[in-house]
Write a protein that binds this ligand. Structure first.
Ligand code: NAP
Length: 264
């Protein structure tokens, strides 16, 4: 008799699933039997991903195209799910982007979109879907932070600060969720080969020339395992673990100069 898959009868809602790390995570959840709700702005890419994953893994997968940086996105996502009779057993807050450049010259609208997506949408979505998980005593939230969460980042200041927020929120909630049966994990990748670098306009940054990016697939595999194990924080890859370890013992002034030189 075939054994029942871990995610059978459960739904994973994955933001930023039109490509990169989110799409690779979606494939892992589907392979484990989760039904999928895929969210991002690119309707065509999402619809294709939903169809491909549904066919490959025999799960239900739907695309919900939306701009999560817009006010009311979390409420809209919840009502769209209710209208389809679907729950959110696992939430993956993966959608996010970065901006490279001097803060004083940053496009203001884009800057506020970053705050709205990386911080506000993640917070609202977590607040929206966590109560039902606590009530059911199962499920969880995977928040994609970054190795940038561990230090301030001159010339990518708002991005680094947004990921510090994600890490702090997630670690606090991990403690709040202890004993509830609900998992919550912060993932803190270093450079990963995705559309992120183009979106952040950081193709020429020295940081990328120094570090060989991890593949999105590998990053997703490590992240998925960490979430399953209920880890509080996962830093995928030995190099990134070592880099984060070094920042923890480096005086802030020195760290700021180093990041400045890598990102200017
Ligand atoms: N790649 C790296 O080096 C790296 C390192 C550390 C952490 N991270 C984090 O990993 C996460 C995933 O990024 P990635 O590397 O996979 O980059 P990516 O390939 O650019 O993927 C970002 C995803 O977010 C979606 N998205 C962007 N803006 C959105 C919005 N307003 N509303 C809804 N969805 C939106 C994008 O889809 P649409 O464009 O279709 O909306 C896409 O699916 C991010 O949170 C990023 O900060 C990345």
């Amino acid at each position: 008799m075939a054994s029942k898959k871990r995610g059978a009868g459960q739904t994973a809602v994955i933001t930023g699933a039109s490509g990169g790390i989110g799409l690779e995570l979606a494939a892992l959840f589907a392979a484990d039997g989760y039904d999928l709700v895929l969210v991002a702005r690119s309707a065509d890419a999402l619809t294709k991903a939903a169809a491909d994953l549904s066919k490959a893994h025999g799960v239900k997968a739907i695309a919900l195209p939306m701009d999560l940086a817009k006010p009311g996105a979390a409420a809209k996502l919840k009502s769209d799910l209710e209208a389809k009779g679907m729950a959110c057993d696992v939430l993956v807050n993966n959608a996010g982007f970065g901006m490279l450049g001097p803060f004083a010259e940053a496009d203001e609208a884009r800057l506020m979109q970053l705050v709205d997506l990386n911080i506000r949408a993640l917070t609202e979505l977590t607040r929206t879907f966590l109560p039902a998980m606590v009530k059911a005593r199962r499920g969880g939230v995977m928040n994609i932070a970054s190795s940038a969460a561990f230090m301030p980042g001159p010339f990518m200041a708002a991005y680094y600060a947004s990921k510090a927020y994600v890490l702090s929120l997630t670690e606090a909630l991990w403690e709040e969720m202890r004993g509830t049966g609900v998992r919550i994990t912060a993932i803190c990748p270093g450079p990963v080969a995705t559309g992120f670098q183009d979106a952040a306009k950081m193709q020429d940054a020295k940081l990328l020339k120094m570090a060989r990016p991890m593949s999105a697939k590998r990053c997703a595999q490590i992240s998925y395992r960490a979430f399953r194990e209920g880890k509080r924080v996962e830093i995928p890859g030995l190099m990134t673990k070592m880099m984060v370890g070094a920042t923890r013992v480096t005086p802030t002034g020195m760290g700021l100069k180093l990041v400045r030189s890598l990102q200017s």
